[in-house]
Write a protein that binds this ligand. Sequence first.
Ligand SMILES: [Cu+2]
Length: 326
Amino acid sequence: MNTGLKITAFAAAVAATFGTAYGVGTGVDPVTDRGGDSDRTSTARHGEHEDTREETEKEKAGHTPGGLQISDRGYTLKLADAHIAADRKQQLRFTVVEDATGRNVTAYAKEHDKELHLIVASRDLTTYRHLHPTRAADGTWSTDVRLPEAGGYRVFADFRPEGAKEAQTLGADLGVAGTYEPRTLPAHSTTTKVDGYDVTLKGDLKTGAGGDLTLSVAKNGRPVTDLQPYLGAYGHLVALRSGDLAYLHVHPNGTPGDGKTEAGPGISFGTAAPSKGAYRLFLDFKHGGEVRTAAFTVYAGGAEGKRDGAAEKGDGAAEEGGGHEH
Ligand SMILES: [Cu+2]
């Protein structure tokens, strides 16, 4: 199949979806914004419906990317422990509390087969975990996690309370005790290795819509064409912004079994970054019955976006990829 065509065909629809579904690129989605502008000129100060719509779009334009707040849209993320030990299996427990009632949320809508997706990442973006905790009847979530090194971490809960229109992502700080040696952001590279797989990145992360990324998976020099669906897709991509860990959960163009999406080697994503700068991409894909995570450093806005002290290619000593535990 012509990958270029596949990307083009799905890009528009996907770009339009992200804004509402995941808060990705809200305010930078020209499809939505353009529609809003023309509506505004023709229907300014008219019916209630248009006013409401306009407000929603204004709100969107100033929307904060996910993961930066511990409390947002009436919900608060509460970690049972703000500190854990390094390099030892620990239980991470938390709740999502509805601010209005003070009660734990116990009813969730499933997104990608799960009620809640939990991401744990080190502030220096060298450690990454994508976990699916278990919920007790009282709303307490728990999962085992082992974080190899001491330091500052961020915990992201990506969920949609039942009845809520959109999924949201709350973030909380987690301290891992011990001696901390911060690492430099791994250098930009378009290839990475994980578990014997070579993953290649094509395309650019852009600050407007129309940014397309294709990640291709190969093993022993051969393209992998039998990727396995994982949580309803051939790949899940999370982008974390270097410096503040703004969170973007990006879904691929096309769904397994839709008759046009191939099971590799390429997985394409339509993305829009909330700003220029450095991001670390974490791609989860499933092959051979296991979920693997490939990681890349990319710059939204091209070289111009390179503004921090990221390592130059060759001196990055950081751990390759990330971990995926279930
Ligand atoms: Cu998940």
